[in-house]
Every structure is written in structure tokens, then in C-alpha cells.
Design a protein. Structure first.
Length: 177
């Protein structure tokens, strides 16, 4: 009986050691700041203190990161688009919602769910889904453009033509710029 328990303890200790080795450190040491080239001091008049005004550095352009669908989500979206074409809105929404359980932070899925809501006549929900996608697609102009186009379609369907034109203009500005 004691041998059996000793064997379990040895296995437990070995697995604990292996688990400790496999886990990466949760913290990374920050990279040192880049070396700044030394600029020569500005010419000053005798008796004047040297100028301490620094030149502003241009901020780097934001990195564009367009979202993509994973293979499972892509298959579910494809299914949903087929179901949407046959006007099976409930099943199409269900497929997109399954994909959202896999990738809840993917704005493309929220846009797809918004398209289903628009097709079934739930225009306010379509707009809400599109606005959620806009907020998630911070550095993704194509995804934001699609979401604004969906917002414009939702406004148009409700007869809010001025708001629809403004939303469409935002969509167009994202695809041009």
C-alpha cells in the first residue's frame, strides 16, 4: 500500500516540476529606450541662459491590424451566409453566435451578425452590432468602414437619410484614407 502512495507522490512531484518549467515568465523586462543622438547646443548670446526648449517628436503612425477569421469562424460565417441567402435568419444568427463564442472580440463577426439583423428587419440591433464592431476595430480601417456602411444601411432602412449619408461618408473616408 505504501509503495502505491509513494509512486503517486513521485508522479505528482515530477509533474509539478515539469509544469513549473513549461510556464513562461509572466513579466518581460522592458526594452531599453533607444539612444537619442546628441544635438549640439544652440548658439546663445553671452550672458543668456541656454535654451531648454525641446523639439517635439513626431508620433508614430498607428499600426494597422485588420482582423481575420479563424478557420472555425470562417466555416460558421460561410454557413450563415448560405442560410441568410435562403432567408433562414434564426439559423444564420445562431451560426454567427456560435462563431462569436469562439472569437468574441472579432469585429468581423459582429458585422456579420449585424447583417443578419438588418436582413430580418431588426434595424436598431443591426446598428448596435455595427457600433460594437467600430469600437473593436480601432486600428482596422477596412473593418471600421464595413461597420459604418452597415450603420448607414440601418439608418437608410429607418428613413434617417441624413444620418445615413453621414455614416456612409465616414465609411468612404476610411476606405480612401
Amino acid at each position: 500500500m505504501k509503495k502505491r502512495y509513494r509512486k503517486h507522490w513521485v508522479l505528482l512531484a515530477a509533474s509539478a516540476l515539469l509544469a513549473a518549467c513549461a510556464v513562461p515568465s509572466p513579466y518581460q523586462k522592458p526594452a531599453p529606450p533607444p539612444e537619442q543622438p546628441e544635438t549640439p547646443p544652440a548658439e546663445t548670446q553671452p550672458g543668456e541662459p541656454p535654451s531648454t526648449v525641446e523639439q517635439p517628436q513626431p508620433s508614430p503612425a498607428p499600426v494597422v491590424r485588420e482582423p481575420t477569421l479563424g478557420p472555425a469562424s470562417r466555416a460558421l460565417v460561410s454557413q450563415a451566409q448560405t442560410q441568410l441567402a435562403t432567408k433562414n435568419y434564426t439559423v444564420a444568427a445562431s451560426s454567427i453566435e456560435r462563431a462569436l463564442r469562439i472569437e468574441p472580440d472579432n469585429p468581423l463577426l459582429w458585422i456579420e451578425l449585424g447583417k443578419v439583423r438588418l436582413a430580418e428587419g431588426n434595424y436598431v440591433q443591426a446598428e448596435n452590432m455595427a457600433r460594437k464592431a467600430v469600437s473593436m476595430a480601432v486600428n482596422a480601417p477596412r473593418a471600421q468602414s464595413s461597420a459604418w456602411r452597415l450603420i448607414a444601411d440601418s439608418y437608410r432602412a429607418r428613413g434617417k437619410n441624413i444620418e445615413a449619408q453621414e455614416a456612409q461618408a465616414r465609411s468612404d473616408s476610411l476606405t480612401r484614407g
